[in-house]
Design a protein around this ligand. Structure first.
Ligand SMILES: O=C(O)CCC(=O)C(=O)O
Length: 287
């Protein structure tokens, strides 16, 4: 018996590579999380900087809570079983009128994981729709193997290397993922997806949480993850602690060490050594 998803939703995930919308919290709770993000940005006097858009669940207690949201975990358990790690998180923020976009890609391209049992819960912290640059996907593309990608390092591309699939994408089949605040979509790591810029006057904020069953391995280097449900009988990843406050110096130092190591995996084969180095020429969130 599934815990949260219906049998139809589970079937849709396996057939299309994406299922949505799934409500995991009230709109008010989602807006409260947005408020915490924006309160932090106000203290900094600038939008969230690239180096803390990745794995920020290690820096802020409210994001540490979000990756452990029991409804999100129930949905992920319905797809990948009871022993779950949060491998990474990324904010995808598109300010109104900003040219930021996400090229068509498969998440699996540079992640170094040994099998495609990886699902992203993309949490809408604002409305996400066609008018403000919602994510789009091509149904069924998760069933093809890894597709070659080319790196563009395009300035407005939110992906680490501005990577894009090196084959023609039939955009007539694209499905927009329309979500209300507090809803999620769940997408497969091999799904071809992307998103256009946000020409609206409103900010679009998504928090992407990457979950894996504990059996998944990192093939490329040392790596860490957060045990969010069940037990880890495999010990393939260094387990990460839970922050009980925001931007605690010990967690800031830990996050830097982990993010720098993660950058070595995601940028391998390029001169980029850390997410800070990567601000030129490719700003944005790793994907
Ligand atoms: O937020 C977006 O528009 C794209 C998100 C994405 O590529 C991802 O979560 O893998």
């Amino acid at each position: 018996m599934p815990k949260l998803l219906t049998r139809e939703q589970i079937e849709r995930y396996h057939e299309d590579g994406c299922v949505f919308p799934v409500r995991v919290m009230s709109e008010a709770d989602a807006l409260e999380i947005r408020g915490r993000l924006e309160a932090f940005e106000s203290t900094q006097g600038r939008p969230l900087q690239r180096d803390i858009t990745i794995k920020s669940h290690l820096l802020f207690s409210w994001l540490g809570d979000l990756v452990r949201n029991s409804k999100i975990l129930d949905a992920v358990e319905d797809l990948y079983g009871p022993d779950l790690l949060c491998w990474s998180t990324n904010f995808f923020i598109k300010d109104g009128g900003n040219p930021a976009f996400v090229s068509w890609h498969q998440d699996s391209t540079y992640w170094g994981l040994n099998k495609p049992d990886v699902v992203t819960a993309w949490v809408a912290l604002t409305l996400s729709n066609v008018a403000n640059g919602a994510m789009e996907f091509i149904p069924g593309t998760h069933t093809v193997d890894q597709i070659p990608h080319r790196d563009t390092f395009a300035a407005d591309n939110l992906l680490t290397r501005g990577q894009e699939v090196a084959v023609e994408v039939d955009t007539s089949k694209a499905v927009p993922v329309v979500l209300e605040p507090g809803e999620i979509s769940l997408h497969h790591v091999r799904l071809v997806h992307g998103s256009p810029p946000n020409p609206s006057g409103e900010r679009r904020i998504g928090f992407a949480i990457r979950y894996i069953p504990t059996s998944v391995k990192q093939l490329v280097g040392e790596d860490s993850a957060t045990l969010v449900r069940g037990r880890d009988a495999y010990h393939h990843f260094e387990l990460e602690p839970r922050p009980s406050s925001d931007m605690h110096p010990e967690f800031v130092a830990l996050h830097k060490r982990i993010a720098d190591r993660n950058a070595q995996i995601l940028y391998r084969g390029t001169p980029v050594k850390s997410f800070q180095d990567a601000t030129t020429p490719a700003p944005g969130s790793p994907g």
